[in-house]
Ligand binder design. Structure first.
Ligand SMILES: [Ca+2]
Ligand SMILES: [Ca+2]
Length: 350
């Protein structure tokens, strides 16, 4: 069987002491968010026609026809309790409602309040719209899980990404009342902007503090030999850090020794990926027989992943391809040789 050879190198250059983001809280949607083990409260109940379910580690809200809001709140810190000094919040969400005429209010949203920042990210099945400033991206893969990430290092400035694409980069937009909280909001659509059996689904909500110094400790695929079935088009890979971490698309640069350099299309969590691992999806396969270098810059820490991708040589064409003319030429040549032998044989005879 023909096989591809993949060689990979991983190098970390850290100029700060090894540290990394910390994970403080995770809701993995094994229960409803308001289950005592998860700790959210119902701020606005999922009333009929809205229904709730927990399916395969996902929290699902469903509406057979246009329905109402369902809100769930989680307090990160309530005064006099101090909020964390820095904050990242990440959630993985899917909706089957494509962006319609209304940019807000007819599908789900996620709110994060921290310091003087208050962000409401509106989420449709194929788009993300920030309420905090010019921030609107589409298309995202429709009805797929998208990875959303809020980050603030100072409670003043913040950014939100969807699948690693920047949705908003904003400054203070709220009074700092000392509280920090998050809100998960489902919405069954509006009368004029709804799909039948609308689904809002969350895979997880996690948050923690931000830092630097994470090191890539594993890549998938690792180096080795692969069958063509495994690597028909080498256009994605996953990295695992030694601590929770996420690097947006803007934090990754790509160089190739030859061929056309791919670009990063998405950076996202895969199914069942923990907070240390994410997938890098490219717009094209790695150029074959060249070395491709990915440089992940996260603060003062640089991680380099290099792939040397050697796909198997192209298959030898079957006889039905170039074989027929060659075969014909060979047969003609053979015929001449036989004819000459026959002539020689007759001449050499008694
Ligand atoms: Ca989950
Ligand atoms: Ca980090």
């Amino acid at each position: 069987m023909r096989r591809s050879l993949v060689t990979v190198w991983v190098v970390t250059v850290a100029t700060t002491p090894a540290g990394g983001d910390q994970l403080i809280y995770q809701y993995e949607a094994a229960t409803t968010p308001y289950h005592s083990s998860a700790g959210w409260i119902i701020a606005d109940a999922c009333d009929p026609p809205c229904s709730e379910s927990v399916v395969g580690g996902r929290f699902r809200l469903q509406w057979p026809q246009a329905g109402n809001l369902a809100n769930y709140d989680y307090a990160i810190a309530t005064p006099p309790q101090l909020p964390p000094p820095t904050l990242w919040v990440e959630w993985r969400f899917r909706s089957n409602h494509p962006l319609g005429p209304n940019f807000t209010g007819c599908d789900a949203a996620f709110a994060a309040h921290f310091g003087a920042t208050h962000e409401v990210t509106n989420m449709y099945g194929d788009a993300a719209i920030s309420s905090s400033g010019p921030g609107f991206i589409e298309p995202l893969p429709f009805n797929d899980f998208h990875t959303y990430r809020y980050e603030s290092t100072d409670g003043q400035n913040f950014r939100v990404w969807a699948n690693g694409k920047l949705v908003t980069d904003s400054g203070p937009n709220s009074a700092d009342n000392g509280a920090a909280y998050i809100q998960l909001r489902g919405h069954g659509g509006c009368i004029s902007d709804q799909v039948p059996n609308m689904v809002n689904e969350w895979d997880y909500v996690r948050y923690g503090t931000l830092s630097e110094g994470e090191q890539i400790i594993a890549v998938d695929p690792p180096d080795g030999v692969f069958t063509p079935e495994q690597y028909s088009a080498f256009d994605r890979f996953a990295v695992t850090f030694n601590a929770p971490n996420f690097v947006p698309i803007s934090g990754i640069s790509i160089e190739v020794t030859g061929g056309v350099a791919p670009a990063v299309t998405f950076v996202r969590r895969r199914d069942n990926d923990g907070p240390e691992t994410f997938e890098v999806v490219l717009d094209r396969a790695l150029p074959p027989n060249e070395r491709t270098r990915f440089t992940f810059t996260d603060g003062s820490t640089v991680n380099i992943v290099e792939y040397d991708y050697r796909p198997p040589p192209p298959p030898i064409p079957a006889v039905s391809g170039w074989g027929i003319p060659v075969m014909a030429a060979l047969l003609t040549a053979l015929g001449c040789v036989i004819a000459r032998h026959s002539v020689v044989g007759r001449r050499g005879g008694p």
